[in-house]
Design a protein around this ligand. Structure first.
Ligand code: AMP
Length: 609
């Protein structure tokens, strides 16, 4: 294992003076809080189902507030396209989610069965998540920018029995593959307006008929609650299983990493189709009883500054791509907006450039607090805290209750294990694979129906994250890169295999290799290298045709943006495409050990424009 270079010194540390803060941070003394923390103690901050009937995320998020003095407090404030708002109080959200649970009961959807969503940020989404959990069923969100292929595949892998969506999304992404989804019994349209599509149900009508008084089904801490699909380097998407006890981590991390206080107005910009949208778009803020802003529209610089200003947002959780877009749009867009209510800004999902951390002070009057986690961890694992100094470019330090380490890797990238124990990198600023000690409540409990794949994530007593990182002498973690070929584009994890498989369904494509290449705004963009079948010739028309084909199937967020033709893809002797080599050649980086390669030309046949 080679030692990395010292952490960048270009960006001075941002010190904190908590005496000037409008509210005292929940975490003031990092070391002391870590030393005193236990998950059992954290569980005491939650209430559990009445009558000792177990733990249910929806009870912690909604019903315990609805039953108390905060029943009338605004839980969710939705901002429509025209800027007008509508709100749901905790009591109303409790009633609505009860009705949804009642709808599921009436349809015969039971414990452990999967309810999917393919829907934007709308009241139906929140009601569906919470109602599904109240029914002891399992909620699985899908990304609405997915094309029909990824949607069908995930519904099949997760055996979705019900799906909540809109008319337009149903027509565009599901109707044509409905025949391939015999298990999908019910499609509930949130906007059917009395006239559902053939084969679908009118959710609003069913909700009206259901009672707002339902008892939450008894669920145990270890019962499956959420299913989140994520992508690996190879194979099908993986369904990460999370349990009801995850709410303990959502609550604790909402407190320490997001510094939520009951009087906060909180805004999480994550798409509801990804894990952040559930863990920190729905569960953590509701569990804290704060008011959550939900913008029903997509990102727009002026709109976002207006929301921060007019809604008096105090805590904001967003993502590097969005912040880079705001920075590109120019700090003057923030001028004239009163962002004085904002007291904490956090970001997640991809590497956050140090310049963005610092620029936050110019635009929002607050530095940006980077934090790190992934679908499998279910909640924030490493973070910069409101009270602690920021080292721009660093993801921060592990949460109380989280033990992180760096595992040494051999020259092939495999973890080093000796006598059953993982070999740890202890030297400051040296690179290793970021690993976590299993045992935190929101850790995934399996990949659905893929026991072996799950097992392979654990080595010598550690969960291996697939990310490479460094740790400085003071325990701050610095992201180095992915240890595998997975692509992060605009915060979305994309499995190259899924893209390659889809490209190969085009009649002219013999083989495809897909990589991520750096992009100043999206972090990475997807690039494909395509080998054509005999009889087909590379041309600009063919390039556009294949990109269009992929976009239609995979959706614009997943399909390649760039495409080169190549005479032969570099492969190992066993036939595996060497994406790393494609990337090295594309970026003009050293090619490393190429002794296992089957001969292949280094130059593409034609370059994309
Ligand atoms: P996902 O499972 O889709 O949430 O993606 C998780 C992956 O996103 C991580 O394994 C990292 O590769 C990346 N990621 C998340 N947060 C950060 C961060 N703060 N800095 C760098 N990469 C991050």
């Amino acid at each position: 294992m080679t030692a990395g270079s010292a952490p960048p010194t270009r960006w001075p540390t941002i010190a904190k003076d908590i005496s000037s803060f409008p509210v005292r941070p929940n975490l003031v003394d990092y070391e002391a809080t870590c030393a005193a923390f236990s998950w059992d103690e954290a569980r005491r901050g939650l209430s559990g189902l009445p009558g000792g009937r177990g733990v249910n995320i929806a009870h912690e998020a909604v019903d315990r507030h609805a039953a108390g003095e905060h029943a009338g407090r605004e839980a969710l404030r939705f901002i429509r396209a025209d800027g007008t708002t509508r709100s749901l109080s905790f009591a109303e959200l409790a009633g609505q989610s009860n009705r949804f649970a009642g709808v599921l009961r009436r349809l015969g959807i039971g414990r452990g069965e999967r309810v999917f969503s393919l829907i934007g940020r709308s009241p139906a989404l929140y009601v569906a998540v919470l109602g599904t959990l109240k029914n002891a069923s399992v909620f699985c969100p899908l990304f609405s920018a997915f094309g029909p292929e990824p949607v069908r595949q995930r519904l099949q892998l997760g055996t979705g029995r019900a799906l909540v969506t809109t008319r337009a999304l149903y027509r565009k992404k599901i109707a044509q593959s409905r025949g391939l989804l015999p298990e999908l019994q019910y499609v509930l349209l949130s906007d059917a307006d009395g006239d559902p599509e053939p084969g679908c149900l009118d959710l609003a009508a069913l909700m009206r008929e259901a009672s707002p008084d339902q008892e939450i089904a008894a669920t145990r801490a270890e019962d499956m609650a959420l299913l989140h699909f994520t992508s690996g380097t190879t194979g099908t998407p993986k369904g990460a299983i999370h349990v009801h006890d995850a709410v303990t981590a959502h609550y604790a991390t909402g407190s320490f990493a997001l510094d939520l206080h009951p009087e906060d107005v909180y805004w999480c910009t994550a798409d509801p189709g990804w894990v952040t949208g559930t863990s920190y778009g729905v569960i953590a803020p509701l569990a804290h009883g704060v008011t959550t802003i939900v913008d029903e529209e997509e990102m727009d610089a002026d709109r976002w500054y207006r929301i921060l200003d007019e809604q008096r947002v105090t805590v904001w959780y967003t993502a590097p791509t969005a912040l880079r877009m705001l920075m590109k749009a120019g700090t003057e867009r923030a001028e004239g907006h009163d962002l004085s209510a904002l007291r904490f800004v956090a970001s997640v999902g991809e590497p956050l450039n140090p310049e963005v951390v610092v620029w936050g002070r110019e635009a929002f009057g607050q530095p940006v607090h980077d934090n790190w986690w992934q679908t499998e961890t279910g909640g924030i694992m490493i973070s910069n805290y409101a009270s602690t100094e920021i080292r721009p470019g660093s993801m921060g330090r592990p949460l109380p209750g989280v033990e992180a380490a760096l595992v040494a890797r051999d020259e092939h990238g495999a973890p080093l294990v000796r006598d059953g124990n993982a070999e740890l990198v202890t030297e400051p600023d040296a690179v290793g694979e970021l690993a976590l000690r299993p045992g935190w409540p929101s850790m995934f409990r399996g990949y659905l129906n893929e026991e072996e794949r799950y097992r392979r994530c654990f080595v010598g007593g550690w969960y291996l994250t697939g990310d490479l990182a460094k740790r400085d002498a003071d325990g701050y973690y610095w992201f180095v890169g992915r240890g595998d070929d997975v692509i992060k584009s605009s915060g979305h994890l994309i499995g190259p295999f899924e893209v390659e498989s889809s490209l190969m369904e085009h009649e002219a494509v013999a083989e495809a290799g897909v990589i991520g290449i750096p992009d100043p705004v999206a972090g990475e963009v997807v690039k494909a290298f395509v080998e054509l079948r005999p009889g087909w010739e590379p041309s600009e028309a063919m390039r556009l045709e294949i990109i269009g084909f992929a976009r239609k199937r995979l959706g614009p967020a997943v399909a390649p943006r760039l495409l080169d033709f190549t005479a032969a893809l570099p492969k190992t002797r066993s036939g595996k495409i060497l994406r790393r080599l494609l990337k090295a050649r594309e970026l003009g980086l050293p090619e490393g050990d190429t002794s296992t390669i089957e001969a292949a030309p280094a130059t593409p046949l034609s370059k994309e424009q």
